[in-house]
Write a protein that binds this ligand. Structure first.
Ligand SMILES: [Zn+2]
Length: 233
């Protein structure tokens, strides 16, 4: 499947505390990225909208914007920037950690949005997708773990949102065939990984990682590289 580039962000914050896993992009930098996309005639949309457009052959001029983990700084710092540029996005939340923090890594503790905030994100016109229950590595996981993390998290978010949950994202981008099959079996419409190495199928969609220091120029380079790779395939 040939889809436009999908960008992957995590935390959006002006914080200056240590960022050992390079997850944080400042709001000013996000603003420059989105301004550049607009100048290129591109509009950021959620994954589900991007794929629907691609299915109709109408994805030209669109890029996917995704934010992983569901940090509270998305509400405070990403949403206003997205709204300023008329863009929307997918926020992938860890359904078993709503209102908690990123206990899965050893970096600084960051707050995660709670159920009310999940509903607020959806009400603001953005998509909420699943990033599992507890953020485990899914490659090689047992079938019952896959069912609980992938299907279980979809059920939790469906209950919170009272709406279908279409989009899934693998923690650490790690997946195998069994995990991708489980995503499809659970009723999702797509699954996102990391890396723009090659176009995957709908349940292993590659994304471009945006690092804290990526300039607007880096973004252009990623778009060009993504487009060139699609032509090769
Ligand atoms: Zn994550």
């Amino acid at each position: 499947m040939s889809t436009p580039p999908v960008f992957m962000y995590h935390s959006i914050s002006p914080s200056t505390q240590p960022d050992p896993h390079r997850l944080r992009v400042s709001p000013a930098r996000l603003d420059r990225h989105l301004r550049l996309l607009r100048r290129l005639g591109l509009r950021g949309v959620p994954l589900s909208e991007l794929l629907r457009a691609a299915d109709r052959g109408e994805a030209r001029g669109l890029v996917g914007l995704t934010f992983d983990d569901g940090y509270t700084d998305y509400l405070e710092h990403a949403l206003p920037v997205l709204q300023r540029h008329g863009m929307t996005s997918t926020l992938y939340v860890v359904a078993g950690r709503l209102g908690g923090s990123n206990q899965w890594d050893d970096g600084p503790r960051l707050d995660l949005i709670d159920a009310d905030q999940v509903r607020a994100v959806a009400a603001a016109g953005h998509e909420v997708g699943s990033h599992t229950m507890t953020h485990p590595r899914l490659a090689g996981a047992d079938p019952d773990v896959l069912a609980a993390e992938i299907g279980g998290s979809r059920q939790v978010l469906t209950d919170v949102l009272q709406a279908e949950v279409a989009s899934f994202c693998y923690p650490y981008g790690e997946f195998d065939a069994a995990a991708a099959d489980a995503v499809q079996a659970a009723g999702y419409d797509s699954g996102c990984v990391i890396g723009d190495y090659s176009p995957g199928d709908r349940f292993t969609l590659p994304r471009c990682y945006i690092s804290p220091r990526d300039t607007a120029g880096h973004l252009v380079a990623r778009i060009v590289r993504h487009t060139a790779r699609l032509r090769l395939h």
